[in-house]
Design a protein around this ligand. Structure first.
Ligand code: UDP
Ligand code: MG
Length: 345
């Protein structure tokens, strides 16, 4: 159909612009920015992080607070944070009672942040703080979520890049919510998206997925991910593998449903094969050999049953964790330099 015959041209950009304008109007002139920083055994990186981030934000005249979540560090992380926090009102330390993992720590930080906008950040400066300015600029345009996209992953090993690529492919093909590839937790989140996020009750915090689930207008800002500034990565192969399984299993039930189809195919093949054998015996008489085919059938069925049982187990295990309903994290204490209370009269 020629375009002229349409009654009007649907202008998608104008619709989005209208949406964004409505959000722009809500933006406070002097927003409070909360950096949410989970830390686990990071005594070497704290000073460097503060020395980089604080002057940058001060230069840009941003009103900010930094919420550090000490995720049960076993080194001097807490002591260091504590001393820095006493000297600076803008720092708050949420001390967890033990190590709960990065996702839980991030959840704790998000719950305790007071800002109009939140930015979760790694402390190792792999999330470049220079990007904060452009995040805020896009937020001012009306976007509720502005995420950083890692363009080149030079600093990752080839194996990590390939496996990450596969993860996004598998996840997005199975899950009803799409997570943009090569996007970490480093992003700006508006207060209204934060409030939705905080209502999600699940214990299994696959934050990237939860952020995507929340939705709203989002936009990406590309950046190159630098090397860790100091210290070592807390994620080895097994932690990442388990993280990937957590992600898929908490956002998709496709692996469960897949067994229905596997079962269907195998049942069909089995029925056809049975017909074939019976017919053969009826026509050619009894024929004893068959050890190999029998053994293969038994082993194959056994393997398939164990596999499917394993997958059901994954979901059952998670169901168990959710049903118990234990808190996602336990706060040992919150440390901040609160202004002295007026004397009681
Ligand atoms: N982290 C945490 N709890 C953990 C593991 C990591 O709070 O159990 C923090 C860590 O201190 C850092 C961030 O999560 O601020 C990212 O960790 P890391 O740099 O080791 O991950 P990578 O960049 O290698 O994926
Ligand atoms: Mg890192």
């Amino acid at each position: 159909m020629p375009e002229q015959s349409l009654p009007f041209v649907i202008d998608k950009d104008a619709a989005l612009e209208h949406q964004l304008a409505a959000q722009r109007a809500r933006r406070p002139a002097d927003p409070l920015l909360s950096l949410v920083v989970p830390v686990f055994n990071e005594e070497e990186t704290i000073d460097l992080f503060l020395a980089t981030v604080v002057p940058l934000l001060e230069r840009d005249g941003v009103r900010f607070e930094i919420v550090f979540v000490n995720d049960g560090s076993r080194d001097d992380t807490f002591a260091r944070l504590f001393h820095r926090g006493r000297a600076d009102r803008r720092l708050r330390i949420v001390n967890l009672s033990r190590n709960f993992g990065k996702e839980a720590a991030l959840t704790a930080g998000i719950d305790h942040a007071r800002g109009d906008v939140l930015i979760p950040m790694d402390i190792d400066l792999q999330d470049p703080p220079e990007l904060i300015g452009s995040f805020i600029a896009r937020w001012r345009e009306g976007y509720d979520i502005v995420y950083g996209i890692r363009t080149a992953r030079h600093t990752d090993t080839r194996a990590k890049r390939v496996s990450a690529g596969w993860f996004y492919r598998v996840f997005n093909s199975m899950s009803p919510v799409r997570i943009p590839p090569n996007v970490g937790d480093f992003r700006l989140v508006d207060r209204r998206a934060v409030e939705v996020l905080r209502q999600l009750p699940e214990r299994n915090r696959f934050m990237k997925g939860l952020f995507a689930w929340v939705g709203f207008n989002s936009v990406g800002v590309p950046y190159e991910r630098p090397e860790r500034a100091a210290g070592t990565s807390k994620f080895n192969f097994w932690r990442l593998w388990n993280f990937a399984i957590d992600g898929v299993v908490s956002f998709s039930t496709a692996p469960l449903r897949a067994w229905f189809y596997v079962g269907l195919v195998i049942a069909t093949v089995a029925v056809l094969y049975a017909l074939f054998i019976v017919t053969r015996v009826l026509i050619f008489g009894v024929d004893t050999p068959g050890y190999a085919s029998l053994l293969i059938a038994i082993l194959l069925m056994g393997a398939i049953q164990l596999l499917s049982l394993g997958i059901i187990g994954e979901y059952l295990g998670r169901l168990f964790v959710e049903v118990k309903g234990r808190p996602i994290y336990v706060v040992e204490g919150i440390y901040e330099d609160t202004p002295p209370k007026p004397p009681v009269t």
